[in-house]
Ligand binder design. Structure first.
Ligand code: AGP
Length: 609
């Protein structure tokens, strides 16, 4: 996610803002910049790359002044570059933004038709133009910002300063975090506590739809509709290291809990439940290609491969087109048959995994349409593809992928619905039901995550086990694989995922009282058969940890441990059933004391052979 820092006070602000941006580096970014109200108006310095590049630029162009805003950008619209870096300045008004303006394209067209000249590819720049346009009628920056925010749709944390109102920074929040730090003689604002914790622990957290003004004396706060807001500052007791994790013990746990928001961000602006449609411009596959496709081949490694396995089920069921899933490392090692009517889907959170990149190059030889599903804008795999469908999970710090996995699932689901609607195999009514169900997933995820305490207790009871077996059928089979991968990569306990129907063909020989068997059993059309598998395990003394839909008949008595899943559309169960497995793996590893965020032998991105 992007990082915002603001300062209004008596000290020279450039070094303060720079240091505060450094405290936000953990959020991941690809460019940075700063704007300061100086003797000659608003001066801006920006650079692509890490903060060292910004430091070099600042050494050549110092920014004197005591009021300023700074930004680290995680690119979502417009590739990483100096031109796309924030702040964006229009008519002496500087803007920084964290979030996504969904209606940026239509606003850009409207602004350009009235003469606005854009210098970047970003959605953010529209706000600078809107504020500038409104200022000519409102006369006040606060009212101009209020007017501009009534025109945009989407998530934002914004900070604005202008030459017309020295000494003040205007801030506003909707869905992206913004916190104000109060000190004697100066006021800070930032995307996150770590940026300003060294200066103060007195913090005011903005809430949805609030607009504020900071200056050297403090903060004045109101709603976007003009109602005054009075909010006592909270005293933050975290250490700076704790603050980066927002109080969570590990980045992985923080990222597990970010998933409801990540799904909201990945869906936002891309679906219309009313029409049962998925917006074509976000999918990276055009309408004609969608109709021409005769086969879909999904490629990935590790967790991304598991996401692709789930995608296969959805694409075949909704788009009625054959879908194959290949481990990228295997695919690239042979001479695959690629047809011009194939759709190749490369799934990769980093967009840099060498096996997946090389597999894309092999597929390229067959002149098929190549789509990348990635979390990092403009990374190598999207650049090598014909189109990209980006997840909006923000940077994932923990090596074990969690939020990027469910974001990939959401993106694959959107692709399957899009293909089904464009190919005429998915009716509007069913699509409306599916997309409506998808929009409910974040709330249902929060219910599942609310069971963490019970899941942690289960984890502790089985943390000394030497092996685990994970079972699932159809859509739950890839989730069983993912649960096994999570456990083995962070706790170092051997774990295998298996299709439950394969039990009789070998794995059943493993069953005894020392082998915990985790069964992913949502109440779907495979439920009765998987009850039989649970009986087989119990008959041989195995311990059964069940995940099942709350109220599903006849399963409670069969389980040694039970984790309830809220009811959802059965097609969407993978987005929920993976969460308890992530938490189970996390708490087993935490009990064992392994290095959860940086497990031994693992790299976050495998860019070498
Ligand atoms: C997942 O927890 C692992 N860290 C690993 O399997 C990962 O999914 C794999 O290396 C693929 O990475 P990518 O999504 O960045 O391509």
């Amino acid at each position: 996610m992007c990082g915002i820092v603001c300062y209004a006070g008596k000290a020279q602000c450039s070094p303060l803002i720079f240091e505060a941006l450094r405290q936000l580096e953990y959020r991941g970014y690809d460019s940075a910049g700063m704007a300061v109200q100086g003797p000659d108006g608003v001066a801006v310095v920006r650079s692509q790359g890490k903060l060292e590049k910004l430091a070099q630029a600042l050494s050549g162009h110092p920014l004197p002044g005591t009021v300023g805003i700074g930004h680290t950008r995680w690119a979502t619209h417009g590739k990483p570059s100096e031109l796309n870096a924030h702040p964006h300045v229009v008519d002496g008004i500087a803007v920084v933004h964290n979030g996504i303006f969904e209606n940026h394209l239509e606003l850009r067209r409207d602004l350009m038709s009235s003469g606005a000249v854009f210098s970047s590819e970003t959605d953010t720049e529209i706000l600078a133009h809107l504020v500038s346009r409104a200022l000519s009628t409102t006369g006040s920056l606060k009212e101009a910002l209020r007017a501009a925010l009534h025109e945009v749709r989407g998530s934002y944390a914004v900070a604005v300063l202008g030459r017309s109102e020295p000494g003040r920074v205007f801030i506003a929040k909707n869905a992206s975090p913004l916190v104000v730090g109060l000190t004697e003689g100066a006021t800070f604002a930032a995307s996150d506590v770590p940026a300003i914790l060294k200066h103060t622990n007195r913090m005011v957290f903005l809430e949805e739809g609030e607009l504020g003004v900071i200056d050297e004396s403090g903060l004045s706060l109101e709603t976007l509709d003009g109602q005054t807001v009075r909010r006592e500052p909270k005293i933050i007791s975290w250490s700076p290291v704790q603050a980066e994790k927002e109080g969570f013990k590990h980045f992985m746990l923080k990222e597990i809990h970010q998933q409801p928001r990540v799904i909201e961000d990945t869906i936002r602006g891309r679906v219309s439940v009313e029409t049962g449609q998925v917006a074509a411009e976000h999918i990276g596959v055009d309408e004609t290609a969608a109709k021409r496709i005769r086969r879909v081949v999904l490629l990935g490694c590790g967790t991304s491969y598991h996401a692709a396995l789930v995608g296969k089920y959805w694409i075949e069921a909704l788009a009625q087109v054959p879908a194959e899933v290949e481990l990228a490392s295997e695919y690239r090692a042979r001479k695959p048959l690629v047809d011009p009517n194939d759709l190749i889907v490369a799934v990769s959170q980093s967009g840099e995994t060498v096996d997946t990149l090389e597999a894309v190059k092999v597929a390229r030889a067959g002149s098929a349409h190549i789509l990348a599903i990635a979390n990092v804008l403009d990374s190598a795999i999207p650049r090598a593809a014909d189109g990209a469908l980006y997840t909006h999970a923000g940077p994932e710090i923990g090596v074990a992928s969690t939020k990027c996995f469910t974001a990939q699932l959401a993106a694959l689901f959107l692709l399957a619905v899009f293909l089904g609607r464009r190919r005429g195999t998915l009716g509007a009514e069913k699509a409306m039901e599916l997309l409506g169900g998808l929009l409910e997933i974040p709330a249902l995820m929060r219910i599942v995550l609310g069971q963490e305490e019970g899941i942690a207790a289960i984890a502790k009871r089985y943390a000394s086990s030497k092996d685990f077996l994970f079972l699932g059928r159809t859509l739950s089979y890839p989730i069983a694989l993912e649960g096994a991968l999570k456990l083995k990569e962070i706790s170092y306990i051997h774990a295998e995922g298996y299709p439950a129907g394969e039990m009789k063909h070998g794995p059943i020989a493993l069953i005894d009282e020392n082998l915990p068997v985790v069964v992913v059993a949502p109440h779907d059309e495979s439920f009765d058969r998987i009850l039989g598998n649970i009986e087989e395990v119990r008959a041989r003394g195995g311990k059964v940890i069940c995940l099942s839909t709350v109220g599903a008949p006849g399963i409670d008595r069969l389980c040694d441990e039970k984790i309830d899943l809220p009811s959802s559309l059965s097609e969407l169960s993978p987005l929920l059933s993976v969460l308890p497995l992530q938490l189970l793996a996390y708490h087993v590893a935490d009990f064992k004391g392994t290095d959860i965020d940086q497990p031994r032998n693992l790299a976050k991105t495998v860019t070498v052979e």
